[in-house]
Structure formats: structure tokens, C-alpha cells
Design a protein around this ligand. Structure first.
Ligand code: NG6
Ligand code: CA
Length: 479
């Protein structure tokens, strides 16, 4: 099994979903040979909580501290509960994470970057781990393999702070003339590889990554893992950096999309997917490998760097027909691409309009590998294996979480958004966040763009959905 989990890729960012402004032939090939979903959801409109839910089968909003994690956060996933990779390990799978982590590392108080960094992926069920600790726009800008930072020179130890400047490296605020890509908001601290980041770091000079090589580095580690494990059951959680900021694709892709770095990053992502497909073909294991392609949250245009994403967007619609984007309680926050391929098991070239939530991967893959889930684990994960294989049955309801922890619930074509605190629009990203002090109700069938709040016309529907949401929140387990 392989899960390619992309970052900030919107529903409308791939040609498989009908976009014409950009061509993603490799991603489209998964769809041609498999099943494409139109109503699949990440649990949250940001990265950390979506990943938390994916790996634990639990809504992240049940646990405090699972919002967007700083780069020096402690491990957010408890080591004493079973996880998705841990469950698959028990089923005899070799498990790996390659790419973006962003779920914290180390004990309370955060990691000591210069020693063994644990607990982390290896303590929650992965046999192999090659990760960036948080995001590419957060320090420390280094890779980690297992418990250690790759290429760390003990004579040049790493210091990281999210409170104040450490060391004497230049920063975005002090030395903007050193920047190859300027920030638009936030991202004004330590400069690494000509780009200022969130947070400060010093030391670890030999270990620092080159953003332009990142897709190559992660792809080679993912391909190596597949090669090494081709004869055994394996689970690869391949969490790409693309298309998150800072968008600095390799020179092979720079300038190729006509949409600037954001579009070029999509082409680089498509190349990455192509390398995985090629590897499965050449090893002749495509037919017995379930391949899942999705994203952790919806699209964002300006996420903090002046990379011309807005200026060069043209007619491209990253969120497709949905309103809002990353961070939002509107559909653009969590309705994401989902495509599965499993030749012989999933019918080629099919499309499903069934409701699916990523929180269900856990129980669905448990069912697939014959594992029972004990009661306290994966409390919100339902076995939706049939849906994933194309039988078309919708999840009973979908719960969505915005950056402001405003929750929405979808049942059938109705969507309810609870009264939310927080701005209606984020002034920096310009994204409509879906916060409204009044209840909101939309009929997604007639009004997929959530333009017409009909809460006042259907008070019974509002009551039904708000009661359902209340029950989901009050219970500690929905499964
Ligand atoms: C925000 C960052 C944004 C991005 C996001 C996390 C600022 C102003 N914005 O706080 O750039 O890093 O966090 O994205 O700093 S996520 O996809 O990992 O959730
Ligand atoms: Ca993300």
C-alpha cells in the first residue's frame, strides 16, 4: 500500500479533476486506471490536524494542541495508543514515512536536535523514517533519518527557537537584500538557502537542505523503500512537500507551467507521482499495490511568500467549484483530491460521488489487512473499504474542522456550519474562512459554492445537523 499525501493541493489543481490550466498526466494516469472521488474530505483545513486524524483515526479537535505545530513541538501522537502504521505493522507490513512530518518530535519540551530525537515516527509504528521535521517554511531546515539529523556535524550543533533569534545568521527582517524569494506575511526569521522562514535556527550548516532538491531527495528515498520491500507487504506513507510554500521547484520545472512557482510545483509533484508509478511498473508490483493519492487540506494562493501565485493564476481555479480554501470551514478547506488505483480490485476509469472522510483510512485499511481494532483505538474511524473500492456508498456524515476550530457537518446534500468565532476573511491569504456568528446551512447539490445560506428557511435541518454535531463532539468515540 502506498499513500501519496500531498500538501495544500486543491481539488481543482489536477487535470484529472477537470482543470484545463495545468496538465498532470501522471496523477491523471492513476485516475484512468482507478477510481476518482468528487466528495472526499480531509478532516481539517490545515496540515497537522489532518495528518493526526489520518494516522490515529481520531478527530484532531478532540485533543488540544493539535493545531498547526511549531517546528519544535513535542510529538503529538501518543505512543501508547495504536496508530495506522502500528496496526499495519502488526499485520506484517513493513512501514515507512518519507517526507513531511509536522506532528511534533521528542518528549514534552520538544526535541534535542543534536542527540537521538525520540519519540517520533519510529515510536508510533513506522519501521523506516526519512522526514523533514515540520514544514519547509519552518526551521530546522534539515532532513532526519530515523532518530538523527542527516549530515549533522557535532562540531556545529543546531539550535532552534520559536521565541527569539539564536546565533548570528541573517534574518528576513534584518537582511531582506539576501533573499531570493521575499516573504509577503510571516516568514521573516532565519534565512536558509536564500529564503527566510518561520522561527530561528543556528548551526547545522552541513545538514541544511536545498529546497530545489527536496522533491528529488524525498522521491529517491520513497523509491528505495519500494525497491527494498518489493517482495513483502509494505505500507509507504509518502508525504510530499509539494505544493506547500516556499515553492522552489527544481530548475527542471521552474518556468514550465506559465503559472509561476505554484504551478511549477504542481508539475514537480506530478513528476514525483510518475516516479512512483514507474517504480511499481518496473518491479511488476503495480497489480498488487493499492495506491492512494490525496491532499491534507485545500488550496491556498498567497501563503506567505511573494511567488506571484496570485498574479499568474489566470483562469485556474485551485478549489474547483468550492468556496474558500485552506484554513476555511467552506468546502475549499477540506474537499480534496482522492484517487485510488488497484488493478483487478478497483474498476479503471471510474468516478465516485460518495462521501468519504480520511479519518476512515485507518479502519478501512485494517479491514483490508484483516486486523481488528480494539475499542479505544481509532475512535472515529469507520470501515469504508467498500466505498474506497468503488461500491459507491456514502459515509453517513462528514465532519470538517477549520483553522478557527469552527466545525461543519455534511449529511447527504446538506451542510451545516456551526456559529464560528474568527474573521470572515483572512486579510493575508485573502481566504474566506467561513466564520459567521450565525448558523449556516447550505444545499450542496444546488449550491456547491455555498453562496446561499438557507438556515432561516430550514430550521428543522439546522436543528438536526447541529444536534448531530453536538453528539459527535460530546462523545469521545463515534465508531
Ligand atoms: C501558517 C503559515 C503558512 C503555513 C501554515 C501551515 C504564516 C503567516 N503562515 O501559520 O505559511 O506554513 O501555517 O500550513 O506564518 S500547513 O499546511 O502545514 O498547515
Ligand atoms: Ca497542508
Amino acid at each position: 500500500m502506498i499513500v501519496i499525501y500531498t500538501d495544500d493541493l486543491g481539488f481543482g489543481d489536477i487535470s484529472a479533476n477537470g482543470t484545463t490550466g495545468i496538465n498532470t498526466p501522471n496523477i491523471d494516469r492513476i485516475a484512468k486506471q482507478g477510481l476518482r472521488f468528487t466528495r472526499a474530505y480531509a478532516t481539517s483545513a490545515t496540515c497537522t490536524p489532518s495528518r493526526f486524524s489520518l494516522l490515529t483515526g481520531k478527530y484532531a479537535w478532540r485533543k488540544t494542541g493539535t493545531g498547526i505545530a511549531p517546528g519544535d513541538a513535542a510529538l503529538l501522537i501518543p505512543t501508547d495508543a495504536e496508530t495506522l502504521p502500528g496496526m499495519l505493522q502488526k499485520a506484517g507490513y513493513q512501514t515507512a514515512v518519507v517526507g513531511k512530518w509536522h506532528l511534533g518530535l521528542g518528549p514534552q519540551g520538544g526535541p534535542d536536535w543534536n542527540a537521538d530525537i525520540k519519540p517520533g515516527p519510529l515510536e508510533i509504528g513506522f519501521n523506516y523514517s526519512f522526514i523533514m521535521p515540520a514544514t519547509a517554511d519552518r526551521v530546522p531546515c534539515v532532513y532526519m533519518e530515523g532518530h538523527r539529523i542527516v549530515d549533522l556535524d557535532p562540531a556545529d550543533p543546531i539550535i532552534v527557537s520559536y521565541k527569539e533569534k539564536v546565533g548570528s545568521d541573517p534574518t528576513g527582517t534584518e537582511n531582506p537584500e539576501l533573499l531570493k524569494m521575499k516573504y509577503s506575511h510571516g516568514h521573516d526569521a532565519s534565512i536558509i538557502n536564500g529564503v527566510s522562514r518561520i522561527g530561528w535556527m543556528s548551526g547545522g550548516n552541513k545538514a541544511r537542505w536545498i529546497d530545489e532538491d527536496m522533491a528529488d531527495v524525498f522521491t529517491s528515498r520513497a523509491v528505495n523503500f519500494i525497491n527494498k520491500n518489493k517482495d513483502k507487504p509494505f505500507f509507504l506513507y509518502f508525504a510530499t512537500h509539494d505544493i506547500h510554500v516556499p515553492r522552489l521547484p527544481n530548475s527542471r520545472f521552474a518556468g514550465q507551467s506559465g503559472m509561476g512557482p505554484r504551478g511549477d510545483a504542481i508539475l514537480q509533484l506530478d513528476w514525483t507521482v510518475g516516479q512512483v508509478l514507474k517504480t511499481l511498473d518496473s518491479l511488476k508490483i503495480a497489480n498488487n499495490t493499492l495506491l492512494i493519492f490525496s491532499s491534507d487540506n485545500g488550496a491556498v494562493i498567497d501563503d506567505g511568500y511573494q511567488d506571484q501565485a496570485a498574479e499568474l493564476l489566470g483562469k485556474h481555479t485551485p478549489s474547483g467549484i468550492s468556496r474558500g480554501g485552506k484554513y476555511s470551514a467552506f468546502e475549499g478547506g477540506t474537499r480534496v483530491p482522492l484517487i485510488l488505483r488497484w488493478p483487478g480490485k478497483i474498476k479503471a476509469g471510474t468516478v465516485s460521488d460518495a462521501l468519504f472522510s480520511q479519518v476512515d483510512f485507518y479502519a478501512s485499511l485494517a479491514a483490508l489487512s484483516g486486523q481488528a481494532i480494539t475499542d479505544s483505538n481509532a475512535p472515529d474511524s469507520f470501515n469504508s473499504l467498500g466505498t474506497l473500492l468503488g461500491e459507491g456508498k456514502s459515509r453517513e456524515y462528514i465532519v470538517q474542522q477549520s483553522i478557527n476550530n469552527t466545525l461543519g457537518i455534511i449529511q447527504g446534500n446538506w451542510k451545516y456550519i456551526e456559529p464560528g468565532k474568527g474573521p470572515a476573511i483572512n486579510p493575508q491569504t485573502k481566504i474566506e474562512l467561513g466564520n459567521n456568528p450565525q448558523p449556516q446551512l447550505y444545499n450542496l447539490k444546488n449550491d456547491s459554492g455555498e453562496r446561499d445560506n438557507v438556515a432561516h428557511l430550514y430550521p428543522k435541518e439546522v436543528k438536526k445537523l447541529s444536534d448531530m454535531l453536538k453528539e459527535v463532539k460530546e462523545k469521545s468515540q463515534t465508531r
